[in-house]
Design a protein. Structure first.
Length: 233
């Protein structure tokens, strides 16, 4: 499962804010920045074992001016490749690989003459840094891990998983109530909502300072399980 278009930029390093001591480092050259207002979206995450950062930009320059800027910055040489470009829904994307670091700019028109978009940087992990997706989280037989994202913020850590399997939402909800309770989690809220001819579930569990929230719903032929874990909510 790919990141949605609004978050598909793969990402940025420049003046990164304070990070948790155990957070992975990108160790990438600074991202060349256009003349624009910058806002952090994801300052420090790990997406399927890949360290990543994402910023939004808003500029008075047109999308074509932004693209032209990065064509100049990422001009190819004999030692390194140039940029690649491709459309993505309403966006235009330009990206390049520099060593182990992948830089992406995703831009579209905004306002009368300006533009908005995402700047991203990600680092290809070394083989010994790749973690099995879904590791240490219980799941029903045959479940597929679509996303496994670690969030590293100052003073706390979080993790978001998206799973899919062929069992019903009822079976998944029963499974997680039983298995997580056996691991010391306490259900503090449980809500059932009718969606079509099936139920969807929203569960919240606590264990010490840790909190887990889950949304379980049918999505076509599969049941999706969205999990958010936070160590200090």
């Amino acid at each position: 499962m790919r990141l949605p278009a609004a978050l598909l930029a793969v990402l940025l390093v420049a003046a990164a804010p304070a990070r948790a001591a155990d957070a992975p480092r990108l160790d990438c050259p600074p991202f060349p920045l256009p003349d624009a207002k910058l806002t952090w979206i994801a300052p420090n995450i790990v997406y399927n074992s890949m360290p990543m950062q994402i910023r939004q930009f808003d500029s008075k320059e047109s999308p074509q001016a932004i693209l032209a800027y990065y064509r100049r910055e990422w001009r190819g040489t004999q030692k390194q490749p140039g940029a690649i470009e491709y459309p993505l829904e309403d966006w235009q994307v330009i990206a390049t690989l520099r060593g182990q670091c992948f830089y992406t700019v995703q831009v579209k028109a905004a306002g009368r003459d300006g533009s908005t978009g995402l700047l991203g940087i990600s680092r290809i992990p070394e083989e010994n840094q790749v973690r099995e997706a879904g590791r240490h989280f219980p799941m029903m037989s045959g479940s597929q891990v679509l996303n496994d994202i670690d969030h590293h913020d100052e003073g706390k850590r979080g993790r978001t998983l998206v799973l899919a399997n062929g069992f019903s939402p009822d079976a998944n909800a029963d499974f997680y109530r039983r298995v997580l309770s056996a691991e010391g989690w306490r259900v503090i809220s449980s809500h059932t909502m009718p969606v079509g001819n099936r139920n969807a579930y929203v569960l919240t569990l606590k264990r010490g300072l840790n909190e887990t929230s889950m949304t379980i719903a049918r999505n076509g032929e599969f049941t999706s399980v969205l999990v958010n874990l936070v160590d200090r909510p």
